[in-house]
Design a protein around this ligand. Structure first.
Ligand SMILES: Nc1nc2c(c(=O)[nH]1)N[C@H]1C(S)=C(S)[C@@H](COP(=O)(O)OP(=O)(O)OC[C@H]3O[C@@H](n4cnc5c(=O)[nH]c(N)nc54)[C@H](O)[C@@H]3O)O[C@H]1N2
Ligand SMILES: Nc1nc2c(c(=O)[nH]1)N[C@H]1C(S)=C(S)[C@@H](COP(=O)(O)OP(=O)(O)OC[C@H]3O[C@@H](n4cnc5c(=O)[nH]c(N)nc54)[C@H](O)[C@@H]3O)O[C@H]1N2
Ligand code: SF4
Ligand SMILES: [Mo]
Length: 886
């Protein structure tokens, strides 16, 4: 007998339904929920690997004060006392919460209630500031509320889908698969991808526009000016439901066509194609994500896009509309509870006295924050200069993910009192906590999340809470009670909190505010247990249904009309002669942010196991940097990072892409946010994480290494290392600045080898190659390959050696030889992580006659589960055919 629990994936904003099964022996398996309207049974590689991330290794299991285990009572008393004293002495603005779009709505609601209604400050901000703030600000300027008008189905119903600054194939993979399936079924449908890089997403694009960094406002202004002269304009919608078109049209027309070419970096032909396509296609959806939001002109980009949809009346109807794709599983829930420093609760506005009064009365609160609090970048600035003296960080890792990360780290170190709630004990941020509070994680906690299409789904527990871990909402409520707010924080369950949140959304609303889920205001435990995914709004007396906004106007500005927002087409100039290259940062397919969860899976770590800088070969050549060399990047923040070089024609010239996932735990100097200056959008406060001026030079390593080991290495005192999980152990990339000497002692200490471990070694002074392998009986404990050039050993083959039996000398020497035996061919770098299929196997299948992704799937199963790697498989097939044709 096994038990099945319906829950929701804790990663991206697609919000896929997951069925988790726990066997009698306690083994967990997951599959997509066929009935969930976000995914209809599909899961991507990260979702499929969820069961591999649930072990307790590295988990925070007990409360700690300055690194020593303590009781919950002592820890909570200390937090409550220190916050209360700080407020009494220095006022409410001397404390702050920095929270996360990965909290559940119930956690978020309680945190916001405590800060805004009971402490009386609005110093609660969230990592959503780094993520969605520009979309929120753009929505509020245009619509009068933070409303996402459409639904996922619109992508399938559209005849044109424009993806702006979104690598949906890797970052919203299941939605991408829905789009790809709709396009395959209806080939007339067109997809346009607007991204400086050619990404996996651009592989289904009919048109890829390799836009100049931050050229988006110019592009959409140009589109608006073009539309205004065409029959696509909807005069009736314009006149009835909007204001401000004339000024906006004037601003949009400011740039000549030549200026447009210059600002966007696109050709006249590309511009004409895109404008024509948009003009002709009524059913058009424009999706956008971090290439839009994470910019010093992010809010203007959002409004430039929305302007085009308002002008054509293409909004809120099936298959039409602007669509902000949210990143985190509960970015939307955080916005609903008002978890940003400049919002109130239930989509009410902090600056509006009636809203403040409404929320204060509903909460029966002693006070209410009367002005916006500090936004993330300003908040850490205030921590740095001592204005904030007590800080509580929940469910986010700012030492890695905030811009100017080295300064943020120093600020946290210097802060008199820091509380961190996390599920993991040793993150770069948790290490700095005075008080560490262990939180229950996915599979253990209970509550709700809202996905990108406004659909609220349950996360349900199916595992016991490990150690003494407790839900985030419980931690906050306990601190609130100890601060004297017993009555308002007497919640006994997530269901009670959700009911209060639903009641507030309906309180004195009557259709004046978009967010209304009053139908659930009286929900009880049984109802909460059974709650099926539903889209908001769902006011009292209504049932679940598909909801869209604004087809008939009814915007949330006082006059009920949308605002056109005139936006200047200026493209920020960041590069200089000292820092001539544009650094662009973002995500890889199989890792989630700072890797505290996906990093546990060897399967997910196999796709990309190292931090890298993707560069155009011509740029690299100019700097004498070769493929697989190490590269050192520096920016005006004064910090540096060292990562691997990956040469690719998909990268545009003058630009470098580095992923954001590597931390102080997994790399020597791979925290890319150390280079991102704290430049923000003036309206939204969102950092410009995609447009940083940097210089690059080859890092002259004296020796390079690659290790596979049973133990996790400790104390690697090297300028470069990158650590990843491998089946049965770890894989580590290394580099030395000085020639590596005395390797035996170094290996034994760093890899914690037992004294009995037997060494087989090989060294060649002439070539500078050294290979060491340590065995304990038939087990390989460590193999280290060192060379004066980047180590050319097949990683996938080497990684497999940890789980082989090395009972005879022949297999031991094969390890040292660094070559697969003839009967064990090297699968090559992993492409399909679901079935662990490598590039060499795919090339083999293509040579064997497979001509399509489907044929490769039939032969090797690659690409047939989550489908996230299908674009890469297509790329390999194309490359083989191109090579054959030469
Ligand atoms: N695998 C994976 N998936 C994730 C996450 C993860 O960590 N891993 N995180 C989730 C979260 S929180 C988020 S916010 C989303 C982010 O999802 P996305 O926004 O899709 O991902 P990013 O890689 O951050 O950036 C998207 C693209 O913006 C492009 N870009 C850079 N500058 C510009 C520009 O000036 N204009 C335009 N048009 N494009 C530009 C980049 O080249 C990049 O390909 O992903 C979510 N999904
Ligand atoms: N350069 C650059 N920087 C970026 C970005 C970029 O594109 N480029 N993207 C930005 C964006 S969009 C985002 S969203 C951020 C993400 O950045 P972060 O939020 O810092 O990244 P995560 O690794 O998701 O951090 C979540 C933390 O919460 C912990 N955790 C997981 N579940 C729970 C739980 O239930 N309770 C508690 N208390 N803790 C839990 C995890 O172990 C982890 O330490 O990064 C931002 N930074
Ligand atoms: S697309 Fe993948 S990561 Fe996103 S919610 Fe679905 S399964 Fe999870
Ligand atoms: Mo995000």
């Amino acid at each position: 007998m096994s038990t099945e629990t319906r829950t929701t994936c804790p990663y991206c904003g697609v919000g896929c339904g997951v069925i988790a099964t726990v066997s009698d022996e306690g083994a967990v398996s997951v599959k997509g929920d066929p009935d969930h309207p976000a995914n209809f049974g599909r899961l991507c590689s990260k979702g499929s690997a969820l069961a591999e991330t649930l072990d307790l290794e590295g988990r925070a299991l007990y409360p700690e004060i300055t690194g020593e285990r303590t009781t919950w009572d002592k820890a909570l008393d200390m937090v409550a006392r220190t916050f209360a004293q700080t407020i009494a002495t220095h006022g409410p603005d001397a404390v702050a919460f920095y929270v996360s779009g990965q909290l559940l709505t119930e956690d978020y609601y309680v945190a916001n209630k405590l800060m805004k209604g009971f402490i009386g400050s609005a110093n609660i901000d969230t990592n959503s500031r780094l993520c969605m703030a520009s979309s929120v600000a753009g929505h509020r300027r245009a619509f009068g509320a933070d409303t996402v008008p459409g639904t996922y189905e619109d992508l399938e119903l559209a005849d044109l889908v424009v993806l702006v600054g979104s690598n949906m194939g890797w970052c919203h993979p299941v939605l991408y698969q829905r789009l790809a399936a709709a396009k395959a079924a209806r080939p007339g449908m067109k997809v346009v991808v607007i991204d400086p890089r050619r990404t996996a997403t651009s592989d289904i694009a009919d048109l890829h526009l390799s836009i100049r960094p931050d050229g988006d406002v110019a592009l959409f202004n140009g589109l608006l000016a073009h539309l205004a002269k065409s029959t696509a304009i909807d005069e009736n919608y314009l006149a009835t439901h909007t204001t401000g078109f004339a000024d906006t049209f004037a601003a949009a027309s400011a740039l000549s066509f030549a200026g447009l070419i210059e600002s966007t970096g696109l050709s006249a032909n590309e511009l004409r194609q895109f404008f024509g396509l948009f003009e002709r296609t009524e059913k058009a959806v424009t999706c956008y994500s971090q290439g839009v939001n994470q910019s010093s002109i992010g809010t203007n980009k959002v409004n430039a896009i929305i302007n085009c949809h308002l002008a054509t009346g293409r909004i809120g109807r099936p298959g039409m509309g602007p669509f902000s794709l949210t990143g985190q599983p509960n970015a939307m829930g955080g916005r609903e509870v008002g978890g940003l420093a400049n919002m109130l609760a239930a989509h009410m506005t902090i600056e509006n006295p009636e809203h403040r009064d409404c929320v204060q009365r509903f909460w029966n609160a002693p006070t209410i924050a009367s002005r916006p609090g500090l936004k993330a970048v300003d908040m850490f600035e205030a921590v740095a200069d001592g204005r904030i003296k007590a800080l509580w960080i929940m469910s986010t890792n700012p030492v890695v993910s905030m811009p100017d990360a080295d300064r943020v780290k120093a600020a946290i170190e210097a802060c008199p009192f820091v509380v961190v709630s996390d599920i993991v004990k040793e993150t770069d941020t948790a290490r700095l906590a005075h008080v560490l509070l262990p939180a229950t994680g996915w599979g253990e906690k209970s509550g709700t999340v809202t996905n990108s299409e406004r659909r609220i789904s349950r996360q349900r527990p199916f595992l016991p809470s490990p150690g003494e871990a407790r839900p985030d909402w419980w931690q906050i409520a306990e601190v609130a009670r100890r601060m004297g707010f017993e009555e308002a924080f007497s919640f006994r369950s997530a269901a009670e909190i959700f009911a209060e949140h639903a009641a507030l959304s309906a309180f004195e609303n009557d259709g004046a505010r978009d967010f209304d889920i009053g139908a659930h205001a009286a929900i009880d435990e049984t109802g909460f247990d059974a709650l099926a995914p539903f889209q908001w709004p769902q006011p009292a007396g209504t049932g679940p249904r598909t909801t869209r906004f604004f087809a008939e106007g009814r915007f949330f500005h006082p006059d009920g009309k949308a605002r056109f927002v005139p936006v200047a087409p200026d493209v920020p100039q960041r590069t200089s002669s000292d820092f001539p290259l544009v650094l662009n940062t973002g995500r890889v397919r199989d890792h989630w942010h700072t890797m505290t969860r996906t990093g546990k899976s060897a399967r997910l770590s196999a796709h990309i196991a190292e931090p890298y800088a993707e560069m155009h070969p011509a740029d690299a050549r100019g700097l004498s940097i070769g493929d697989a060399d190490l590269v050192e990047l520096a920016s005006e923040t004064g910090s540096r990072v060292i990562v691997r070089t990956l040469l690719s024609e998909r990268q545009s010239r003058g630009s470098i892409f580095v992923p954001m996932h590597w931390t102080g735990e997994t790399s020597a100097e791979g925290r890319i946010d150390a280079l991102v200056p704290p430049v923000t959008d003036p309206v939204s406060g969102q950092p410009a994480s995609k447009h940083v001026a940097v210089q690059a030079r080859r890092f002259a390593a004296a020796a390079y290494g690659f290790a596979i080991s049973a133990n996790r290495p400790e104390g690697l005192d090297l300028p470069y290392f990158a650590l990843a999980r491998a089946p049965g152990g770890w894989r580590t990339e290394l580099a030395w600045q000085q020639p590596a000497e005395e390797l035996d002692g170094w290996c034994r200490a760093r890899f914690r080898l037992p004294a009995k471990a037997e060494l087989i070694g090989y060294g060649d002074r002439a070539t500078g190659i050294t290979r060491l392998a340590y065995f304990l009986e038939e087990r390989l404990l460590l193999a280290l390959f060192v060379a004066t050039t980047p180590v050319a050993v097949s990683r996938q083959w080497a990684v497999g050696q940890l789980q082989q039996c090395h009972s005879d000398a022949r297999t031991r020497f094969a390890v040292i030889a660094g070559r697969p035996a003839a009967d064990r061919p090297d699968p090559g770098a992993i492409v399909c992580s679901c079935f662990s299929v490598g590039v060499n196997q795919i090339v083999g299948a293509v040579k064997g006659g497979c001509r399509t992704v489907e044929a490769v799937g039939k032969t090797l199963s690659a690409g047939t589960n989550c489908g996230s790697c299908r674009a890469e498989i297509r790329g390999i097939i194309d490359a083989c055919h191109a090579a054959a044709a030469e």
